[in-house]
Write a protein that binds this ligand. Structure first.
Ligand SMILES: Cc1cc2nc3c(=O)[nH]c(=O)nc-3n(C[C@H](O)[C@H](O)[C@H](O)COP(=O)(O)O)c2cc1C
Length: 184
């Protein structure tokens, strides 16, 4: 048996162990807008559902290498709304493209050639090419060590159809998520 005392191992090993064991992680492809209306889009896999009544989700967003807040966190904190776009494997290239470290004035919808679509209950646009969408309002923001922890209240859920073909994050790679025909 191997054991790792997290206070005494390198940070990158701790990250590797956490992300290998908590797997697969769902991917939130988060669209947001700045107060000036500049669109932003980026993927986050430190993401999950917190509770269902009321429906809350969380995103854990690290700071940039220079200590600045990432655009997604800044926009959500300042505007109070965001959309989680859910995708399957045909959009992995675009998801990766939008994870680039672009300055705030860059619109990642344009960078990745994606179509902004009006949302129903929030002013933040959705990605038309996605398969499902959660429109969210900011419920709470906490600074946690070097992270912005965002709790979002899901106010609207839209599905293109029921064939979601979800993908996830398995350690540092993408994976397909399949159902096993067993259990309730
Ligand atoms: C699949 C995937 C998952 C990611 N998950 C996270 C995450 O959970 N938290 C985080 O801070 N960054 C995560 N990143 C990195 C961000 O997407 C990246 O820092 C991005 O530039 C942030 O953009 P923004 O400044 O427009 O918000 C992830 C990247 C990829 C490709």
């Amino acid at each position: 048996m191997l054991s790792f005392h997290t206070d005494s191992i390198p940070e990158d090993l701790c990250y590797k162990l956490l992300t290998s064991l908590v797997a697969p992680r769902p991917i939130a492809w988060v669209s947001s807008i700045s107060p000036e209306g500049v669109r932003n889009l980026a993927p986050f896999s430190f993401f999950n559902v917190v509770c269902d009544s009321p429906p809350l989700v969380f995103l854990s967003i690290s700071k940039r290498d220079d200590g600045r807040r990432k655009d997604t966190a800044e926009n959500i904190i300042r505007v109070g709304e965001f959309v989680i776009n859910f995708v399957s494997e045909e959009l992995i290239k675009e998801v990766e493209l939008t994870s680039g470290d672009f300055p705030p004035e860059v619109d990642e919808f344009d960078i990745a050639g994606l179509t902004p679509m009006n949302s129903e209950l929030v002013k933040v646009p959705s990605v038309k090419e996605a398969r499902a969408w959660m429109e969210c309002t900011l419920f709470r923001h906490e600074e946690l060590f070097g992270y912005d922890l965002i709790l979002g209240r899901v106010v609207n859920i839209r599905l293109r159809d029921q064939d979601l073909k979800p993908i996830g994050r398995l350690s540092g790679r993408f994976c397909k998520v399949f159902e096993i025909n067993q259990g309730s």
